[in-house]
Design a binder for this molecule. Structure first.
Ligand code: RM4
Ligand code: MN
Ligand code: MN
Length: 433
């Protein structure tokens, strides 16, 4: 199985770091002095950020597309094993993405050990496994055209349930501890389906999936405002999601994908609500302007990303019971090299977390108590405005990753080497992923 594949050499990373390390040290010292004046110990922040991790979506390393077109790039992965190699490269250069979140049946292999070995060779573990009942697979007996877990036909529902249970079994073999279920089920026409019965069917199907969860597993329910259904979606919003998670039981939690809300929704408040009622299970980071755009995290609205992270860091500071969300990226890279986007997105999420740790919580609480709106906002802003890049760069340097991952990656010639190793398989010309 092993033929020679190009890897970024540690020497290359070290050489790229050599010139950047001395000025970084000065920047870190200077930031440390600034934070010290604010009563913040930079080394403690660095240690906490060092423990922060975000999972990579295996489906994110292939070139994405829209429903109109996909523009494949040279050297993109043609199999899940090649996807894992690309995820390994991201982790090697950034050291903030130690796990991958696989998607089935996209990532199905004949021998599950191949997946385990490929991930282990890259030093990667497995985060939540994702099921897929939003499209038909070759040879599938029954179609999901009119829904899956909520379909009117019990046989279709049974098939969708069986697929989710198979995902749990596969995930178990991989060492995963959670299943993420996103269904696209919904309608395009008023009157097409009754709202109440559709949700009853969902709950009935999900109860069967839930019953198959091992004791130490969780299931993450992912809502989405619209698309592929355009009139109504069964699990359209966080309220429906919460109700279903509560109905199903303590192992069921809500997953918030940043792109799955109506425009202008106050997502950070949703996050706070789910934390308060101990139902926040997972996160899909990305950014958007209009819908489920799946753009790079922080590309459009980095302040919103910070405000979301502020709620998460606050919950962590408070040690709130039931708070243990799984963080993942979920993006589609249509016009960039996915490796570059995912590296920068992981760093963006890390930066938002680091900034959230800088919020002066006692001062913020006092300002809130005194109804000093301006000061409260100022306290958040001063954390947000802090350039925390020297903290994450120092972490990367100490972990043997690249101070400047983008430059190191581009100089490494990785994509060019992959283009030679991976002649185009002529993938689909359209599609979300
Ligand atoms: C969906 C949703 C899911 C992801 C698929 C590929 O819009 O975000 O999390 O699994 O896309
Ligand atoms: Mn998602
Ligand atoms: Mn999505």
């Amino acid at each position: 199985m092993s033929k020679s594949v190009y890897r970024v050499a540690q020497d290359h990373i070290d050489a790229a770091n050599a010139d950047l390390a001395p000025p970084l040290e000065r920047d870190y010292t200077h930031l440390g002095e600034q934070l010290d004046r604010r009563g913040v110990d930079i080394d403690r922040v660095r240690e906490r950020v060092g423990r922060f991790a975000v999972a990579l979506p295996t489906w994110g390393v292939g070139t994405g597309g829209t429903r109109f077109a996909r523009f494949p790039m040279d050297g993109e992965p043609r199999s899940v094993l090649e996807k894992i190699a690309d995820c390994g490269t991201i982790h090697q250069l950034v050291r903030a993405t130690p796990t991958i979140s696989p998607h089935f049946p996209w990532d199905r292999v004949s021998d599950i050990d191949d997946l385990k070995q490929a991930a282990a060779a890259e030093g990667l573990g497995f985060d939540a496994v994702n099921s897929n009942t939003f499209q038909d697979q070759a040879g599938q007996p029954l179609s999901y055209k009119f829904g899956s877990l909520t379909h009117t036909d019990p046989d279709v529902r049974a098939q969708a349930v069986a697929h989710n249970i198979e995902c749990i079994e596969t995930g178990r073999a991989l060492g995963s501890k959670a299943l993420t279920v996103w269904v696209g089920d919904g309608t395009n026409f008023p009157g097409q389906q009754p709202f109440i019965e559709s949700l009853e069917r969902y709950l009935d199907s999900m109860a069967k999936v839930y019953a198959a969860l091992p004791d130490d597993w969780r299931v993450f329910l992912e809502h989405k405002h619209y698309e592929p259904a355009f009139y109504s979606t069964v699990i359209a919003d966080w309220g429906t999601n919460y109700l279903c998670a509560r109905e199903l039981g303590p192992k069921a939690h809500c997953l918030v994908d940043l792109g799955h809300h109506a425009p202008n929704t106050n997502i950070e408040m949703i996050v706070a609500r789910l934390i308060q009622f101990e139902k926040l299970g997972g996160f899909h980071f990305n950014d958007s302007k209009y819908g489920d755009d799946d753009l790079d995290s922080g590309a459009i609205d980095p302040f919103q990303l910070f405000l979301v992270m502020n709620e998460l860091a606050d919950a962590e500071d408070q040690g709130r019971s039931g708070f243990d969300p799984a963080y993942m990226l979920d993006q589609s890279h249509n016009v960039t090299d996915p490796i570059e986007s995912l590296m920068l997105s992981a760093m963006e999420v890390q930066h938002a977390y680091a900034r959230a740790l800088l919020v002066d919580r006692p001062a913020l609480r006092a300002a809130q108590q005194n109804n000093d709106a301006l000061l409260a906002n100022r306290i958040l802003k001063s954390a947000y405005e802090t350039n925390v890049a020297p903290i994450t760069a120092t972490l990367r340097l100490r972990k043997g990753a690249a101070i400047d991952p983008l430059a190191a990656y581009r100089q490494s010639g990785y994509r060019k080497a992959k283009a030679a190793e991976r002649p185009s398989a002529g993938g689909p010309s359209a599609g979300i992923v």
